[in-house]
Design a protein around this ligand. Structure first.
Ligand code: AMP
Ligand code: MG
Length: 365
């Protein structure tokens, strides 16, 4: 009755280091079948998107309706991927960035609804986090990707050069006209810290439009849910143990909520005994070197105007708190009414710190 699926491990060729944080590993525990009013059945789907595996778990009256809803949800995610990817030079995002290499500042550019929604949320998060969350870090991220290929650190000069194109205040939004201006030269926007969460929100909205009210959508290590499985309080999910320890609580029930986890097992660079994360501190331009795993639970969209729905919120905040660290991170979560669990190494051992509300059950309507 209980099905374990190690999503990332199965798809990413995960290599485990003795102290590595299994952040992206989230186990979904299958619900027991229970007799249900109106007899809904459980269906599961998966498809690669956004450089990871997306999964949809849903309840529907029959396979035809379930298939149609899941297909539409995956279609929505694929569209977002095509618009928001920084890997694809033809995405709307990349084409916007490229304009800043022709003229800086750019003309105001009218962007589509999706790019607008995600950029507006990203800017709100930059403001809330005092710039720890910053989607203009693309030039730094590119240096780190190159460093990973080359096997050597980017030199200080190149980091300095990249820095001239990084800064969230270089993105100017005009809500009335829905236009974006990029103010610095050679900017590269990177929505890797928020787009997956937004895609989860949009997938749930698409499912809802197809009459599916009870669903869990998973993208890599992030997930968002609408209603719970019939007869249950929530979807039971697990954040996998770190090292040999299992700081509590690792098991949660989610409904009408999102859970995102940042911190890696596979997207990092090891050089001269130092591990650099793919998450960059916008102030230094350097990948984080302190191992940290951050999980954020969020519900609804009550975290300030433009901050996005719960998936986008959880995703952005998990990335931001990774940069901010334990104390500032917990403080931010409390201030915004979001739950967080932060794991760092103390004397080589993982130790979890949480906001008081990071409870076993996290179910909200
Ligand atoms: P996540 O896995 O959600 O924590 O997102 C990490 C990704 O976000 C990285 O791979 C980059 O694409 C991007 N990123 C890196 N550093 C930052 C930052 N300081 N703020 C926003 N996005 C970032
Ligand atoms: Mg994130």
């Amino acid at each position: 009755v209980v099905a374990f699926t190690r999503v990332e491990a199965a798809t990413q060729g995960l290599v485990r280091h003795p102290w590595s944080f299994a952040a992206a590993l989230v186990v979904v525990v299958g619900a027991c079948r229970v007799p249900v009013a109106g007899s809904l059945e459980r269906f599961e789907y998966e498809r690669p998107a956004m450089g990871t595996l997306f999964r949809v778990l849903l309840y529907a009256p029959d396979r035809t309706r379930a298939d149609a809803a899941a297909e539409a949800a995956f279609g929505r995610v694929a569209d977002l991927d095509a618009e928001l990817s920084d890997f694809d030079s033809q995405s709307e995002l990349s084409r916007l960035s490229a304009l800043s290499s022709l003229h800086a500042p750019t003309e105001p550019v009218r962007v589509g609804e999706d790019l607008w929604r995600v950029l507006a949320a990203a800017q709100a998060w930059s403001e809330h986090t005092d710039g720890a969350f910053d989607v203009t870090v693309g030039p730094f991220v590119r240096l780190w990707r190159q460093a990973r290929t080359a096997g050597e650190l980017p030199d200080a000069e190149r980091i300095e050069a990249a820095r001239r194109s990084v800064g969230w205040r270089f993105v100017e939004l005009d809500p009335a006209a829905r236009t974006v201006r990029l103010l610095a030269r050679d900017m590269r926007l990177d929505l890797g810290g928020i787009a997956k969460g937004d895609a989860l929100d949009e997938a749930l909205a698409t499912l809802r439009a197809h009459g599916v009210e009870r669903a869990l959508v998973i993208g890599g290590g992030d997930m968002a849910s609408s209603g719970p499985p019939p007869g249950r309080a929530g979807w039971r999910v697990e954040i996998e143990a770190l090292g040999n320890e299992r700081p509590e609580p690792a098991s949660l029930e989610l409904a009408h909520a999102a859970l995102a986890t940042s911190g890696d097992t596979y997207r990092h660079l090891d050089l001269d005994g130092v591990r650099y994360s793919h998450i960059v501190d916008p102030r230094t331009g350097i990948g984080l070197t302190e191992p940290i795993q951050v999980s954020v639970l969020a519900t609804g969209s009550r975290y300030g105007p433009g901050s996005g729905a719960s998936g986008a919120t959880a995703d952005a905040m998990a990335t931001a708190i990774s940069v901010m660290g334990v104390e500032r991170g917990l403080e931010l979560a409390s201030r915004l009414g979001v739950e967080a669990r932060i794991v760092v190494l103390e004397h080589g051992q993982p130790r979890a710190r949480t906001t008081p509300g990071f409870a076993r059950r996290y179910v909200e309507r």
